[in-house]
Design a protein around this ligand. Structure first.
Ligand SMILES: Cc1cc2nc3c(=O)[nH]c(=O)nc-3n(C[C@H](O)[C@H](O)[C@H](O)COP(=O)(O)OP(=O)(O)OC[C@H]3O[C@@H](n4cnc5c(N)ncnc54)[C@H](O)[C@@H]3O)c2cc1C
Length: 345
């Protein structure tokens, strides 16, 4: 049984690591572990490549983190975004420069590149393999994303071509949610919104996205969506999740979104996914080399994760509801961007 024997490498008895969930956290961690010679099995419920609900711009990531995980080369052709424009309903609120460029790349491309690199390095990836938590199992890491619960949010996303917008990052606010636009590869724009669920809206697929946008007061944009070309099969939706700290499963080491979902308006969940992998890596190496017991390894990683993310999760918990209030319009106009970003990065 591949999962329960000890691997012999370079004279060391190495404990294998089992990762449940092949999103950014699981795949980047698997790559970094394999680059250090650790045997890794990864179970992914879905397949690759696939579209995911995500704003598809990565902000606040350091080159150091990508290098530590051995994935920096995968971003060689991504878009670099520095300009950010805010709209409230149809009104332009402000234009800003980001302190550091954000990376624009679709999850369709990025997740697929990660899984190919992981496979090339020898990670045993099992797709269409939905697993159940196995509390207390040494070497098992849960990176399966959001914990399914009844939630009030609906995430919608699609790729559009010939969208008549600034071709920079845009955020369109309204009382029921917001939608971000991020140019990605091949002249496409990713459009991704998070809206409060309204059960009276009965449209489906791309009409659903247009309906939510119109209800949110972003009617000019909704009109532009109607004339743009929608990339086939790129529409995706997600519901059934809560923002913030996820309910922990005792005895399971949870990383990435399965630890906490930072609200996408204020946060940088993709960066947190990579940072979680970077934090866990040295501790998993000592576990795998039989230098630290599993319980100590988990305790150390959980402590570091808490220290790293506590402030930004707390700040975004208070900022996020406020950003949807009508008075946020004035606040956003004069928002001191750098200090606020420091709190949530
Ligand atoms: C609307 C919205 C917009 C966003 N926009 C941005 C943005 O612009 N920038 C940003 O940085 N972040 C953004 N995020 C957040 C970002 O998408 C996540 O933080 C990131 O994807 C987390 O990665 P992960 O690997 O932890 O989880 P995921 O990417 O969710 O990966 C989890 C994986 O586990 C698999 N899985 C689930 N259950 C099981 C199981 N039982 N067994 C096996 N596999 C399983 C899933 O199929 C999935 O592939 C956004 C999120 C939302 C909801």
């Amino acid at each position: 049984m591949a999962e329960c024997f000890l691997h012999v490498r370079l004279g060391l008895l190495l404990q294998p690591i089992t990762i449940i969930g092949g999103g950014l956290t699981g795949l980047s961690l698997a790559i970094a572990l394999r680059k250090n010679g650790i045997p890794v099995i990864l179970h992914e419920a879905g397949i690759y490549p696939r579209h995911r609900v995500c704003g598809e711009f990565i902000s606040g990531i350091l080159q150091k983190t990508l290098n530590a995980l051995g994935i920096a080369d995968l971003f060689h052709d991504c878009r670099y975004h520095t300009d950010f424009t805010w709209f409230s309903a149809n009104q332009l609120l402000r234009q800003s420069l980001l302190p550091t460029p954000a990376l624009g790349i679709s999850r369709y491309v990025l997740d697929d590149r990660l899984q190919k690199l992981a496979t090339d390095l020898g990670v045993e990836i099992k797709t269409r393999s939905r697993q159940k938590p196995d509390p207390g199992k040494a070497g098992l890491i849960w990176t399966a994303g959001r914990k399914p619960v009844k939630g009030e949010w609906l995430g919608l996303k699609a790729h559009l071509r010939d969208l008549d917008t600034s071709q920079h990052l845009e955020m369109h606010n309204g009382p029921f949610g917001y939608l971000g636009i991020a140019p990605i590869e091949d002249g496409l724009s990713n459009v991704c919104g998070l809206f409060k669920i309204d059960r009276t809206i009965s449209q489906t697929h791309q009409n659903l996205l247009v309906a939510y946008l119109s209800k949110n007061g972003n009617t000019h944009l909704a009109k532009k969506f109607k004339t743009a070309t929608w990339r086939e099969n790129s529409f995706t939706a997600v519901a059934g999740f809560e923002l913030g700290r996820q309910i922990p499963t005792p005895g399971i080491l949870s990383l990435g979104d399965s630890y906490a979902i930072i609200p996408p308006y204020t946060g940088n969940g993709m960066t947190m996914a990579f940072q979680s992998a970077e934090i866990a890596l040295p501790h998993l190496l000592t576990f795998s080399r039989n230098q630290t017991p599993w319980s100590t390894t988990c305790a150390k990683i959980e402590k570091k994760i808490h220290e790293k993310f506590h402030t930004r999760l707390t700040a975004s918990k208070f900022l996020h509801p406020f950003l949807l209030q009508p008075k946020a319009r004035t606040f956003l106009k004069h928002l001191p961007l750098r200090p606020i970003l420091k709190l949530v990065r």
